[in-house]
Design a protein around this ligand. Sequence first.
Ligand code: FE2
Ligand code: FE2
Length: 294
Amino acid sequence: MHIIEPTFESVSDNIDKVNIIKGKLWDEQAQFDAGKDKTQFRQFEAACERVKNFYKEQHEKQTVEFNINARVKFRKDVRARMGIWEAMEKLNTLVDDSDPDTDVSQIEHLLQTAEAIRRDGKPEWMQAVGLVHDLGKLLYIFGSEGQWDVVGDTFVVGCQFSDKIIYPETMASNPDSKDPIYSTEYGVYRPHCGLENVMLSWGHDEYLYHVLKNQSSLPDEGLAMIRYHSFYPWHREGAYRHLTNAADEKSLEAVRAFNPYDLYSKNDDTVDSEALKPYYSSLIEKIFPEVIEW
Ligand SMILES: [Fe+2]
Ligand SMILES: [Fe+2]
C-alpha cells in the first residue's frame, strides 16, 4: 500500500487548528460544561487525530543531540541571501492548491496577522513581527529533516519533559526520557536560569529568532514573540516556571499579547498582497536590512 505523506501545509494548518480549539476550551474552561456541549471537544479530538502521527515523530526525534547538531548546522552555513518580502514570496511556494485542508496561504496568514495588529493600533515593530513570524518555515525549503523539525508546539530539551506538552505520553519514546541527567527536573539547567539559557526544541520559531536577533532592530519583546510563539506548554499552560526568571515575565506578557493575532486572524477578510506591498515594504525598510542572511 502506498501511504501518502500529508503535505507540509495541511500538517501546519492542523497544528494551528488544534491550538485554536485548545485555546477556546482553555478560555472558556470556567463556563464550559462538558456534559452540555461536546462539539468543541469532538472537533478538538478530530483535529488531534490528524496531527497525532506528526507529534509522535517529533517527540521521538527532538533529542538534545539532534538540537545541538541543528544549531551547529545553522551556524555553519548561510542558506540564502534575500530580503523579507522575497522570503515571504518564497515561503508561499510551499502552498499546495490541491490540498483541501489548507485554509489560507502562508503569505496571506502573515499579512492577515500583521493587518490585525495594525488595525488595533499596535506599534510598527509588532506589525513587523506579525509579518515575519512564520518565515522560519523556510527551513522546510532549505532542507530540514522533515516537518517535525519545522512546525508544531515547542518544549524544553535537556531536562524532564513537561506533562503540559501535547501528547505527553509520546515523550516516552524520546531516548532523553531515559537519560540519567536529561530526565531530571532541572537536567542540565540551574533553577531560574532564564529561557535565554534554555534549549527549546528546534523549529521555525527558534530558527527565525536566531536569524533576526542580529539582523533587525526588533525590541526584545518582538524577538520573544518570534522565539516563543509555539511554546504553548509555557505561554498557555504555565509549565517551566522553575527555569524562568524575571526577564521572562516580560516576554510572557509579550507572547500572550501576540498569540491571538496569530491564531484568530485566519478568519479575517482575505488580503490583497499587491495592494499592501507598498505599506509593508516601507515598514520592512525601517526594521530589517535590505538583504538578510538566512
Ligand atoms: Fe508559527
Ligand atoms: Fe502563524
